[in-house]
Design a protein around this ligand. Structure first.
Ligand SMILES: [Zn+2]
Length: 228
């Protein structure tokens, strides 16, 4: 299998444990909400690349998975990088600290549509730590944070349902996912793209809080996807 060759310079690169820290602190009540979105992509069995969200001068934000989807779409439509020796079957696994917003969800669906039209059998699984702008407990929407409004919540829920309906596997993090991500980042280590230097060394030790947050995310996702 041929995959794009990542850059080799180490200057300004986010270390693998710093990326893991961003994931680890996402959705933890005891940590500030990370402003950085990260998407780590594995193609087949091969860790491929890390994408970061980016703040624009007008304060809008380009989501990490949007960059990932655009890159995949470009590679599939303009190169044969992913076609060599793989037949027409492709497994893509993405680790994100936040679930895809409705817009990115629709772009993921479009990517699947494009590939299926080209008779590419792509399976996509997205593993995320925390739900992005979705209220954990709809029954208690009034106590949700200021930045979250009902319309955005409904759109983002719809986006996840659309992904599920397209056959995308959606999972929150488990102990196994944390282990897998750590392994993937360890392999990507020297090749991680420049991002925000967080000044974080090591992983915050708060596994009980993490387990409880992961359980909450799993329950919330279960509620969302159990609806028709
Ligand atoms: Zn998005």
């Amino acid at each position: 299998m041929t995959v794009p060759i990542p850059p080799t310079t180490m200057d300004g690169y986010l270390r693998d444990n710093e990326i893991l820290s961003v994931f680890w602190s996402t959705g933890l009540p005891t940590c500030d909400r990370p402003r950085l979105g990260v998407a780590v992509c594995v193609v087949g069995n091969m860790p491929w690349e890390v994408f970061y969200s980016e703040r624009m001068p007008d304060n809008s934000c380009i989501h990490a998975e949007l960059k990932l989807i655009r890159t995949l779409e470009f590679l599939f439509t303009n190169t044969n990088l992913f076609h060599t020796g793989m037949g027409h079957r492709l497994n893509i696994k993405v680790f994100q600290n936040y679930s895809p917003c409705w817009h990115c969800a629709s772009l993921y669906c479009r990517l699947l549509h494009i590939l299926r039209r080209r008779h590419f059998n792509m399976s996509l699984s997205i593993h995320f730590v925390s739900l992005y702008q979705i209220c954990w407990d709809e029954a208690d929407f009034e106590s949700s944070p200021d930045y979250l409004d009902r319309a955005t919540h409904d759109q983002n829920v719809q986006g996840l349902q659309n992904l599920r309906n397209q056959g995308v596997i959606l999972r929150t993090f488990t102990h196994q996912t944390w282990t897998d991500l750590r392994l993937v980042l360890g392999i990507l280590g020297p090749y991680i793209h420049p991002g925000y230097l967080m000044g974080v060394s090591g992983i915050p030790v708060n596994s009980r809080g993490r387990e409880s947050a992961d359980r909450n995310a799993k329950d919330s996702l279960g509620r969302i996807l159990s609806r028709v």
